[in-house]
Design a protein around this ligand. Structure first.
Ligand code: DSN
Length: 415
């Protein structure tokens, strides 16, 4: 990745692009929402389709010259239907948040009621946080995980639903390490006559590969992003039954978006094609095995994992028991000095602030793409603990950084 065309006209941007590529090569990307897309996906996203306006849908565009845009979007839709088994797919949302926005716009009126998981318990801003459009346009009530176990408390959800009488229940989460029982949430939604919207942004790849149960065909709407565990082009997706197809398509365009980002849709098509290969199932299985190996190592060193472990690609560590004087923000900063890149995260029962919370969240999707196996993940877990135990010790920081360099060199990226 030379970026020679950029460099010919813009040294500053070329420097930043080379710098970012080198940063990804030379650090361990453990942010649970990130992955390393293939060169093919990146090439498609950087293609001439960035120039094309194609408002509308394949065969029904508002502009001429859409033959190739149609071809790419049809491929993305067809492959997504095969991956997730949905009757109807819309691949135009620019992001997971805009996918959620379109579903709300399609099915709810302003002032309607949404019941969703609280952000600090693993929910997402677009599920109704007051700082987000969803919290401003709709009346929002929130459910929580069981503070003792860290697992979803389905009975508590049913009680709140009974009392609140929501128009929609949102399931699917950003920092929840356990399998979700979609049927159970759907039964709660049915009992109060609410739509069930399952946001699988984080686990799209795990669901496609069958290593996490699928909400498709259970929830009324399934939303997600397309660049996390599924490792396709950046953006969002909506899946639903055929009966809601027109409402969803009209809500995406012209409801909340104009021209679709056709270059990103090309990246989705390419990435979905890659995910249809049998090797992707092995990848998804390794992502989960690696997360379990990482979590097991951290727990063996005495760290508290929310829910005690993981069934997915991520582990959520509550630092308050093992490292009461270390905030998640300080842990994130200390680890970044060594090239281990993850994020500070709120934990259930948070006692610090969202800007400097009590936990850290780590995911294994990107390292698994680089070929890390369970032994390597256990070593990464050991390195993380060495830093958490001595975040200000320069000698340890240097030793861990050296080992991170060796691990990166042993798992080359974008050669
Ligand atoms: N920002 C993403 C995450 O890190 O979970 C979700 O949108």
């Amino acid at each position: 990745m030379e970026f020679s065309h950029v460099r010919a006209v813009d040294e500053a941007v070329a420097d930043a692009l080379v710098g970012e590529t080198d940063r990804q090569r030379n650090t361990l990307s453990m942010i649970a929402s990130e992955n390393h897309a293939s060169r093919a996906v990146i090439e498609a996203q950087g293609s001439t389709l960035t120039n094309k306006y194609a408002e509308g849908y394949p065969g029904e565009r508002y502009y001429a010259g859409c033959a190739y845009a149609d071809a790419v979007e049809e491929l993305a839709i067809e492959r997504a239907r095969e991956l997730w088994g949905a009757e109807h797919v819309n691949v135009q949302p620019h992001s997971g948040s805009q996918a959620n926005m379109a579903v709300y716009l399609a099915m709810l009126d302003p002032g309607d009621r949404i019941l969703s998981l609280e952000l600090e318990h693993g929910g997402h801003l677009s599920h109704g946080h007051p700082a987000n459009f969803a919290g401003q346009l709709y009346e929002v009530e929130q459910y929580r995980v069981d503070p003792e176990t860290g697992y979803l408390d389905y009975e508590n959800l049913a009680d709140i639903a009974d009392e609140f009488d929501p128009d929609a229940i949102v399931s699917g989460f950003s920092a929840y390490p356990r399998q979700v029982d979609w049927e159970r949430i759907d039964a709660v939604a049915d009992a109060v006559d609410a739509y069930h919207i399952a946001d699988i942004a984080h686990i799209t790849g795990l669901v496609a590969a069958g290593v996490h149960p699928s909400p498709v065909g259970i929830a009324d709407f399934v939303t997600g992003s397309t660049h996390k565990t599924i490792r396709a082009g950046r953006g969002g997706i909506i899946m639903c039954d055929a009966e809601h197809a027109d409402a969803i398509d009209n809500a995406v365009f012209p409801g909340v978006q104009g021209g679709p980002l056709m270059h990103n849709i090309a990246g989705k098509a390419v990435g979905f094609g890659e995910a249809l290969e049998p090797v992707f199932t092995e990848y998804a299985e390794r992502v989960v095995a690696n997360a379990r190996a990482l979590g097991g190592t951290l727990a063996d060193h005495g760290l508290s994992l929310v829910s005690g472990g993981t069934d997915t690609h991520l582990v959520l560590v509550d630092l308050r028991d093992s490292h009461p004087d270390l905030s998640g923000g300080d842990a994130e900063a200390a680890l970044e000095q060594t090239g281990i890149v993850l994020n500070a995260n709120t934990v259930p029962g948070e006692t610090r602030s969202p800007f400097d919370p009590s936990g850290i969240r780590a995911g294994t999707a990107a390292l698994t793409t680089r070929g890390f196996d369970e032994d390597a993940m256990r070593e990464v877990g050991d390195l993380i603990v060495r830093i958490l135990d001595a975040p200000d010790d320069d000698a340890i920081i240097e030793a861990v950084a050296d080992r991170v360099d060796e691990l990166c060199a042993a798992h080359p990226l974008y050669d």
